[in-house]
Design a protein around this ligand. Structure first.
Ligand SMILES: Cc1cc2nc3c(=O)[nH]c(=O)nc-3n(C[C@H](O)[C@H](O)[C@H](O)COP(=O)(O)OP(=O)(O)OC[C@H]3O[C@@H](n4cnc5c(N)ncnc54)[C@H](O)[C@@H]3O)c2cc1C
Length: 383
């Protein structure tokens, strides 16, 4: 195939923008059109990950935390890392930075409010059919988000950036997972403290049904129970559903069509983290388009195997998820686990994670009858 000159990117979310940024980094020469069904960028989410070298915009983050906790309400393990803090980039800032970089380096056209209905590889070109027109390009990058495949387990969550009327948060420690079992399955609250009075608080359920009002009610109950709050101001809200599916997705379904972002399987199946992997995949995708290098699915098979094992154990209720995650974070050195979570682990890190996971699996599968009833969803913890 000769060097492509016209590329269409379908989807201006993380995956599509990461692909465009990588094309800019690798010196793509030609026209790029970015098509999205939405009307423009919205501050619709935040991105957090553990800081590792080589990830775009890591110097632009607004917050860094060197400590994080995992446990059940009131007790659990606190991990610390000087080298790999947990970092935060708002959606608004990411979209602005990515857009600036793309417009500085590429001949780009943005096409908003346009829903793509078909992408057809015709051998010598690709036809992109949309609500507006049919367009012919050399290459199409499909970054329309997670494909609606069926997943036995989903993570769904509701989050609110809240402002409390008095200091209630501990600003130096992220509460990654504050667990409990509720009527629908294994649930946890995530608290990202921006200050003593402001935080992004998110309620997540790992289950197989989606009920956002129930998550919102659980979030309010948590703030009242854990922080004694009766009133708070909601600055911004976000929500999402993430399929927990460890299957590898082919990144190049046909010679002229590539997948990026969650559509390419860049989402870590067991955790939902996507930012780092989507950017690493975008780098390889740009090299495949510009230099014809081969392209593999995002993420190492070893990560997928561990994710698949954990998901199967949770799905078949073979383990107590609370004990598993608490023991995993307690038993694994924080730096190794942080690199593993951000797709930057060495073989030694992976050995440490496997050792930590083995002891966590052992701790989590030795359930007393009460815990077993809870895991099976028969006992409902008080809200
Ligand atoms: C609220 C929230 C918070 C998250 N927080 C984190 C986090 O902290 N860290 C992390 O690593 N990951 C996080 N994730 C997971 C992951 O990073 C995001 O889901 C990420 O945005 C996925 O990027 P994407 O580009 O693949 O999909 P999306 O961001 O969903 O973008 C897909 C784009 O395609 C467009 N589109 C869809 N269909 C069409 C069509 N037919 N025609 C044209 N355009 C179309 C959509 O409008 C959208 O703009 C979070 C996810 C959510 C929902």
């Amino acid at each position: 195939m000769s060097r492509p000159r016209r590329v269409a990117i379908i989807g201006a979310g993380l995956g599509g923008l990461a692909a465009a940024c990588a094309l800019a980094d690798y010196g793509f020469v030609g026209e790029v059109v970015i098509i999205d069904a939405k009307t423009g960028f919205r501050n619709d989410r935040t991105w957090c990950w553990w800081d590792v070298p080589g990830v775009p915009f890591r110097d632009e983050v607004s917050h860094r935390w060197h400590a994080w906790s995992v446990g059940t309400e009131g007790c659990g393990a606190v991990s610390r890392s000087a080298q790999h803090p947990y970092i935060h980039l708002s959606g608004e800032r990411y979209y602005r930075l990515a857009r600036h970089k793309i417009e500085q380096s590429l001949d780009v056209r943005w096409q908003w409010n346009t829903s793509v209905t078909g992408i057809v590889d015709r051998g010598d070109s690709v036809l992109v059919r949309s609500s507006e027109a049919i367009m012919s390009v050399d290459i199409a990058i499909d970054a329309r988000g997670q494909l609606p495949f069926s997943s036995p387990l989903v993570q769904y969550f509701v989050g609110e950036h809240i402002r409390a009327d008095r200091p209630v948060f501990q600003p130096d420690t992220v509460r990654l997972m504050d667990f409990r079992y509720d009527a629908h399955g294994l649930a946890f609250t995530y608290v990202l403290p921006y200050s003593t009075t402001e935080a992004l608080v998110e309620d997540t359920l790992i289950g197989n049904s989606v009920d956002f009002p129930a998550r919102r009610a659980a979030l309010s109950a948590y703030l009242a129970r854990r922080h004694g709050l009766e009133r708070w101001e909601v600055v911004r809200g976000e929500s999402g559903v993430i399929a927990m599916n460890a299957r590898a997705v082919p990144s190049r379904p046909s010679p002229r069509v590539f997948l990026a972002g969650a559509a390419a399987g860049a989402t870590r199946a067991a955790t939902g983290y996507t930012y780092v992997r989507a950017h690493r995949h975008a780098d390889r995708l740009a090299r495949a388009i510009i230099d014809g290098e081969p392209l593999r699915s995002p993420g190492k098979w070893r990560y997928r195997a561990l994710d698949a094992l954990l998901i199967a154990a949770l799905r078949h209720r073979a383990i107590d998820g609370v004990r598993f995650f608490t023991s995993l974070f307690h038993a694994t050195p924080a730096d190794a686990l942080a690199r593993f979570m951000s797709d930057a682990s060495t073989l030694a890190d992976e050995a440490a994670v496997i050792t930590g996971a083995a002891s966590a699996f052992a701790a989590a599968s030795m359930l007393d009858p009460h815990a077993r009833r809870q895991v099976a969803g028969l006992t409902i913890a008080p809200a």
